[in-house]
Design a protein around this ligand. Structure first.
Ligand SMILES: Cc1cc2nc3c(=O)[nH]c(=O)nc-3n(C[C@H](O)[C@H](O)[C@H](O)COP(=O)(O)O)c2cc1C
Length: 213
């Protein structure tokens, strides 16, 4: 792996976006990962695209509309093509985040299904014993959602619900979004300076994604 601008190994992260509410989390996560020097491999379900329209008024998803700039480290992959490199364990990937994760995709992954690139890549992530972070969003959760979360946690995934805390005294929606994104970045091991930790004493040297407040 080639080093990034901070002389750390380049991280390759899959970000999968599904049709749960929370497109702002997805966009900010992609932006912060790229800003921190990671390479982002983005897959979006059809309902995930609809939520980008509904919640962010983004119709055409690309680096310009997501980041406001062109960046070759953002790579879009086709949702329907399970033959894409992300569907193979031999592709060097460090971690996968499903953000936001619908109850539908949660159930499919928990059932071992892999008939689209998101679910297939999630199965590959689990079988290769790589980190899989599931940012589920549903409220309230039914019994099946809870069982699916437990099943995936037992299989090695990290369940990281989109549930921002308030102890950092958020003042804007962006603060709440950053709280969740910071947690995800911690879980995939990408450094950031988002204002998400109760104590940041151990991270004084962190480069990377900035707190934009
Ligand atoms: C506006 C809108 C908001 C939705 N929000 C959620 C949600 O927060 N959580 C969820 O599990 N499903 C939600 N859904 C339902 C999913 O989009 C639906 O189950 C879909 O089949 C998910 O497909 P996917 O997992 O392939 O993206 C929402 C649907 C719409 C149209």
């Amino acid at each position: 792996m080639s080093p990034d601008k901070h002389n750390e190994p380049l991280k390759r992260i899959i970000v999968a976006v599904t049709g749960a509410s929370g497109a702002p989390y997805a966009r900010r996560l992609v932006d912060c990962l790229i800003t921190s020097g990671a390479e982002v491999h983005l897959v979006i379900s059809p309902l995930g695209r609809r939520l980008f329209v509904d919640e962010l008024a983004i119709e055409d998803i690309n680096a310009s509309t997501l980041l406001g700039r062109v960046d070759e480290r953002l790579v879009l992959h086709p949702y329907k093509d399970v033959g894409d490199p992300l569907g193979s364990g031999s592709t060097p990937i460090d971690a996968m985040v499903i953000c936001p994760c619908s109850g539908n995709t949660l159930a499919q992954v928990a059932a071992g299904m892999g008939d689209n690139l998101i679910t297939r890549a999630a199965q590959v992530t689990l079988k290769e014993r790589r980190r899989l972070v599931i940012v589920h969003r549903e409220m309230p959760m039914n019994h099946l959602d809870l069982e699916n979360c437990l099943r995936l946690s037992t299989a090695g995934a990290v369940i990281c619900p989109a549930a921002p805390g308030f102890y950092m005294l958020p003042r804007r929606i962006e603060d709440l979004v950053d709280f969740v994104v910071g947690k995800i970045m911690d879980l995939v091991g990408v450094k950031h300076k988002l204002n998400t930790r109760w104590t940041d004493m151990l991270d004084a040297s962190a480069p990377a994604a900035e707190d934009h407040s």
